[in-house]
Design a protein around this ligand. Structure first.
Ligand SMILES: Cc1cc2nc3c(=O)[nH]c(=O)nc-3n(C[C@H](O)[C@H](O)[C@H](O)COP(=O)(O)OP(=O)(O)OC[C@H]3O[C@@H](n4cnc5c(N)ncnc54)[C@H](O)[C@@H]3O)c2cc1C
Length: 364
């Protein structure tokens, strides 16, 4: 058993964990990163907004594709095309992306250990128990950052709970090229959620989310039929967090990214919010005031998360409402308001106003 000590132990080396380490290094705070599998490729569409690269100092060489439009397809196959050429969405290869962020953390001073955290115990400060192929570790830290994803061991062992989550089915299809990210709605393909077709680093990625585990396979088949696509690879399943209310800091442990369910409702973007939540948690550590993390996250995102949850509940409740949503998207000023809201370039109040105005018109 190797005993180690550090100021901050980061458990999980995805975008949340690697970003936490990079931010800690920048502030001169000593840290260790535990990652259970350094060759892990997170199941993910890999969509990340371009502005994130400058915000988190991420090399643009990681970008595999830039997407300049979003296509929205209604249950009756009506379409809306949203131009995002001014604010492209980038596509990354998650295996390469996560590895690069961890390498940058290591270059900045992080000690990276390939080992799985299997328990946490509380003494004066938390102690994490981990094991690699060769040995066991006992790591004592002033603070833990739990960035160990949707199946978070730290959350399970410390609080006896797992993040709320829904199941996704997805597959990569090689040798097909598309230019836009497509979102498809419909009760027979992904009731209350959406199905997607995204450009991928190697072809396209298709998938859907559902909380009906018994029927998700049928929905996937229906989606293949509807889109006319043929599989070239296996269909896989993985969970995605379903945000209900935040969990931030408990017993000297900060929860960030998927382990805190910080995935934007409706769109299911999680990479950006994983990195952002980590940088906010590190800021709170630097100020030695853990409560700052929740305060700052809520100031920045609570309205947005609640708003998108409402939009999802309202418009994805059935085919009738999804049809109305696509009709709304065909309106250029609605598109502008939504893009401004998505990017955070317009104040929430004005966007709420625009939204309710449009809603009144469309539901008349
Ligand atoms: C099918 C699918 C498609 C998606 N598409 C998109 C998309 O296009 N854009 C987007 O923004 N988001 C997308 N998401 C969501 C996104 O993938 C996640 O929100 C994001 O990866 C969260 O980052 P994270 O660092 O919090 O967690 P993760 O990326 O899950 O990283 C957790 C890390 O912790 C490690 N780990 C786990 N347990 C332990 C342990 N006990 N000890 C040590 N290490 C551990 C794991 O190996 C992993 O490296 C998608 C999700 C799914 C399932």
């Amino acid at each position: 058993m190797e005993k180690l000590n550090c100021t901050v132990l980061v458990v999980g080396g995805g975008p949340a964990g690697a970003t936490a380490c990079r931010e800690l290094n920048r502030l001169g705070i000593n840290n260790i990163l535990l990652e259970k599998d350094l060759s892990f490729s997170k199941p993910c569409g890999g969509g990340l907004m371009l502005s994130a690269y400058s915000e988190f100092n991420i090399p643009k060489s990681l970008i595999k594709k830039e997407v300049k439009s979003i296509k929205i397809v209604s249950p009756k196959l009506n379409k809306a095309l949203v131009d995002i050429s001014k604010y492209p969405l980038t596509i990354v290869n998650r295996c390469e992306f996560d590895a690069k962020l961890r390498d940058l953390a290591k270059e900045g001073g992080t000690e990276v250990i390939e080992a799985k955290a299997y328990n946490i115990k509380m003494e004066k400060t938390p102690i994490v128990l981990a094991k690699s192929k060769e040995k066991k570790f006992e790591i004592t830290a002033k603070y833990i950052i739990a960035s160990d994803g949707v199946k978070s061991t730290i959350r399970k062992k410390l609080l006896n709970q797992t993040p709320s989550r829904i199941l996704t089915y997805y597959s990569d299809i090689k040798d097909i090229k598309i230019d836009s990210c497509q979102f498809w709605f419909g009760d027979n393909i992904s009731p209350k959620h959406y199905s997607w077709i995204f450009p991928h680093h190697n072809g396209i990625n298709i998938g859907l989310a559902s909380n009906n585990k018994k029927k998700i396979g049928v929905y996937f088949k229906n989606f293949l039929n509807k889109s006319g696509l043929k599989l070239t690879d296996k269909v896989k399943g993985y969970y995605i967090p379903y945000w209900e209310k935040g969990i931030f800091f408990e017993k000297n442990v900060f929860f960030v990214g998927d382990s805190a369910s910080m995935v934007l409702p409706f769109t299911y973007e999680g990479i950006y919010y994983a990195m952002k939540s980590s940088s906010l948690a590190v800021k709170a550590i630097a100020e030695d005031d853990p409560s700052l993390y929740q305060k700052e996250w809520e100031r920045l995102y609570l309205k947005k998360f609640k708003f998108l949850k409402t939009v999802q509940k309202l418009f994805l409740r059935n085919d009738y409402f999804s049809e109305k949503l696509v009709k709304l998207y065909q309106n250029p000023s609605f598109q502008r308001a939504v893009i401004g809201y998505w990017l955070g370039t317009k104040a929430p109040s004005s966007k709420f106003g625009a939204f309710w105005k449009f809603l009144k018109v469309i539901l008349k």
